[in-house]
Design a protein around this ligand. Structure first.
Ligand code: SF4
Length: 232
């Protein structure tokens, strides 16, 4: 990690202390609601004191029309840098595709201080804290849903939600009041929830791309569909 990255991590950590005026859609830096994740956070802070090691706030435009919902921060990615999908493979593919389809501006350099901005778009996660082995348990997904719900409810122009993977899909369905049977997860599927549309995609993880579960073209096709439908 560069000195700039470390400085930025510290700045971001200091900018969101306990009790600070975070938007209500974002958890407090020391959110205690999931005991297992709290213990994991404390261990990570002791092991890697320069890392962000806190619930990762969403990134992008709260007035945007598109919300992207991932699973949870990656250990070496968002949990380290403090910005969703920043610093690991999943971010390389996601930000390259966002830039290609006009939902981001600038140059992605895998650092939260790279100057990249999102256009008409915001990125969050179903679970805001990094879980062990990238696997949140159901109680943690259920507990953190309040913050996902707040994001959805406080984005006044929201028209499209892109979910990355089944866990993000299932949690978002609950936020939207949809039953799983009426909106089954499938890559490329589009579901309606009133004025909103929900777009399903496999998660852009290294595992999914290495195994060809998700190819860059499959990922692009979901963004192309969103782009077309948002800007008709
Ligand atoms: S996952 Fe969400 S609810 Fe649980 S401790 Fe982290 S921020 Fe709080």
């Amino acid at each position: 990690m560069t000195t700039n990255s470390k400085t930025e991590n510290k700045r971001r950590a200091k900018s969101a202390p306990s009790g600070a005026a975070l938007p209500r859609s974002e958890p407090d830096r020391d959110c205690p609601l999931c005991p297992r994740l709290l213990g994991f956070r404390d261990a990570n802070r002791a092991r890697e004191p320069e890392w962000f090691n806190a619930p990762v706030p969403s990134f992008g435009d709260p007035d945007g029309r598109l919300l992207i919902v991932g699973l949870a921060p990656g250990m070496q990615g968002a949990n380290r840098t403090g910005r969703p999908f920043t610093g690991d493979y999943a971010g390389d593919l996601l930000y390259a595709t966002l830039l290609e389809y006009g939902f981001a501006k600038g140059v992605y350099q895998a650092r939260p201080d790279d100057g990249l901005t999102l256009v008409d778009c915001r990125i969050g996660n179903a679970v805001s804290c990094v879980p062990p082995q990238n696997k949140p348990i159901p109680a943690e997904i259920n507990t953190c849903r309040r913050y996902l719900a707040e994001k959805v409810e406080t984005m006044p122009n929201l028209r499209a939600i892109m979910v990355l993977g089944r866990i993000a899909h299932d949690s978002t369905l609950k936020v939207l009041g949809l039953r799983a049977a009426e909106a089954p997860f499938a890559h490329g599927a589009v579901h309606r929830a009133g004025a909103l549309k929900l777009y399903d995609s496999y998660h852009c993880s290294r595992y999914n791309t290495n195994t060809r579960v998700l190819t860059p073209d499959m990922f692009r096709s979901v963004f192309a569909n969103i782009r077309t439908e948002l800007y008709l």
